[in-house]
Design a binder for this molecule. Structure first.
Ligand SMILES: NC(=O)c1ccc[n+]([C@@H]2O[C@H](COP(=O)([O-])OP(=O)(O)OC[C@H]3O[C@@H](n4cnc5c(N)ncnc54)[C@H](O)[C@@H]3O)[C@@H](O)[C@H]2O)c1
Length: 448
């Protein structure tokens, strides 16, 4: 066996990365995947917001070549700031830590891109200031908790001519791209889409807590817009900070409605309320059911969406229904298939199985002896699964699309203008709940 010290001292970084690749194969953060191989194409990156999602994005970036993380900013100095900074350093991304994003932007002059993963009410300031400092920005959804904020972001991207990608990551998910491009648009497997139905149902759970010895001092909390630690941890539920589950979760899926239908809605009605949790700590609704109307080129589409936070039945998915077939898809990879409306349609789909755009349905075993005729069984249509798998981390393709766009090798899959249209759509659901009546969208509302 070689002497370990001598071995490591004698290695340059590239040799080190190569030699540790095999060892790292079983690690989540394999150094091999770190992408710090040097070269003119490396992009210097900073992340603002190192909470749950910031950490997921940084993890996904570790799988992307050609990135060099230079700085991290988070107001939770003793927990998330330290965690993300250390994690990056462990993988050779020597970075500076900041509590205040303005200090980061003032000090880090050679950045190419900034990733923003702070609570929604901070997105506009963090994004606009980063763009104005000359950096491209990847900003998490929901683009902003206010339309005014979202508008400022689009305008800043236009003005600075910098790229702004909004984090609706399904837009870069190969299963979604295949489903839309091949199944819906090219092969028109669904026929005329008339109805959409989707949901994100989550089980009841207690509010988020924190180890008491990590409490942020009151002055810092207030400086960054939080009344107390409970609000800091549970910001999604508070008016002025987040938008509640319909904005937080619904924005991902309602964004897909508009993408797959090729248009924005013309109206929405919605029912919702804080029915289960304490209103004082859950200002936004824990239960929302909305119905949008779309006027598509093919005709009217009604699209229902619900998010509940007291029962997780059936999880989350989107279902597009047409007169020839149904597509059900979810970011959770277990769901993704098309179902024909009749045996005649099924026969028509043989050509698409041969073309490889859908899988042949699995043959059901014939029961040897039929004791009871189960009507449900005879009615169940065959499931033609989507042959495309998501082999990467969920956010990786969307981040890759962002970095490839900076390098001029791709076009953003969710530019600011598209994120804005989704913001207009989902923010109006909360308004419709409050108004308790049908609200209309004017086409000009979606444009800046
Ligand atoms: N695309 C997705 O699938 C997905 C999933 C989860 C969350 N998100 C989005 O990511 C964002 C963050 O969500 P999260 O779940 O990580 O929340 P979180 O509360 O876990 O993390 C937010 C982090 O931001 C920090 N922070 C707050 N204000 C700050 C400020 N002014 N400057 C610097 N740091 C600040 C906090 O200390 C915390 O570490 C939200 O916009 C959320 O909607 C997206």
């Amino acid at each position: 066996m070689m002497n370990k010290d001598k071995n490591e001292k004698g290695m340059n970084r590239r040799t080190f990365l190569r030699s540790t690749a095999a060892v790292g194969a079983s690690l989540v953060f394999a150094p091999k995947s770190f992408g710090v191989e040097g070269g003119t194409e490396d992009l210097n990156v900073a992340v603002i917001g190192g909470g749950a999602e910031g950490q997921v994005l940084v993890d996904a970036c570790m799988k992307i070549k050609g990135l060099r993380f230079k700085a991290v900013c988070d107001i939770w100095k003793d927990v998330n700031l330290r965690r993300v900074s250390r994690r990056l350093k462990a993988y050779k991304h020597i970075n500076n830590s900041y509590v205040d994003y303005k200090e980061l932007l003032a000090a880090e002059k050679d950045l190419d891109a900034v990733i923003v993963a702070t609570p929604d009410f901070w997105h506009a300031d963090h994004t606009v200031d980063s763009l104005k400092a000359g950096h491209h920005v990847y900003c998490e959804k929901e683009m902003s908790n206010t339309l005014e904020g979202a508008k400022r972001m689009v305008e800043a991207a236009k003005e600075t001519k910098k790229l702004l990608q909004i984090g609706h990551q399904r837009r870069s998910n190969p299963r979604y791209i295949h489903s839309y491009d091949k199944l819906v648009k090219d092969a028109k497997l669904l026929g005329r889409i008339t109805t959409v139905n989707g949901q994100w149902n989550r089980a009841a759970k207690p509010d988020l807590g924190w180890p008491k010895n990590t409490t942020i001092d009151q002055a810092t909390l207030e400086k960054y817009g939080f009344k107390n630690m409970h609000q800091f941890k549970n910001w999604r539920w508070y008016k002025g900070l987040g938008g509640g589950p319909i904005v937080d979760l619904g924005s991902h899926q309602i964004d897909i409605y508009s993408w797959f239908l090729g248009s924005n809605p013309v109206s929405v009605i919605a029912s919702g309320g804080t029915d289960y949790y304490e209103k004082a700590t859950h200002e936004w609704y824990d239960t929302v059911m909305a119905i949008f109307e779309y006027e598509t080129k093919a005709g009217k589409v009604r699209a229902a969406y619900q998010t509940i936070t007291t029962n997780s039945s059936q999880g989350y998915y989107e279902t597009f229904m047409g007169d020839e077939g149904t597509l059900q898809i979810s970011e959770a990879s277990a769901r993704g298939a098309v179902y024909p409306e009749s045996p005649a349609i099924s026969e028509k789909w043989d050509q698409w199985v041969k073309a490889g755009i859908i899988n042949e349905p699995k043959k059901k075993e014939e029961p040897k002896e039929v004791k009871v005729l189960d009507v449900r069984e005879t009615l169940a249509p065959p499931a033609y699964e989507i042959p495309v798998k998501m082999e990467k981390k969920y956010h990786q393709p969307h981040l890759e699309n962002f970095f490839d766009s900076i390098r001029g090798k791709a076009k953003l899959n969710c530019p600011a203008e598209v994120g804005y249209e989704t913001a207009v759509t989902v923010l109006k659901v909360n308004e419709a709940v409050e108004a308790a009546k049908r609200l209309e969208f004017k086409p000009e509302e979606f444009k800046i």
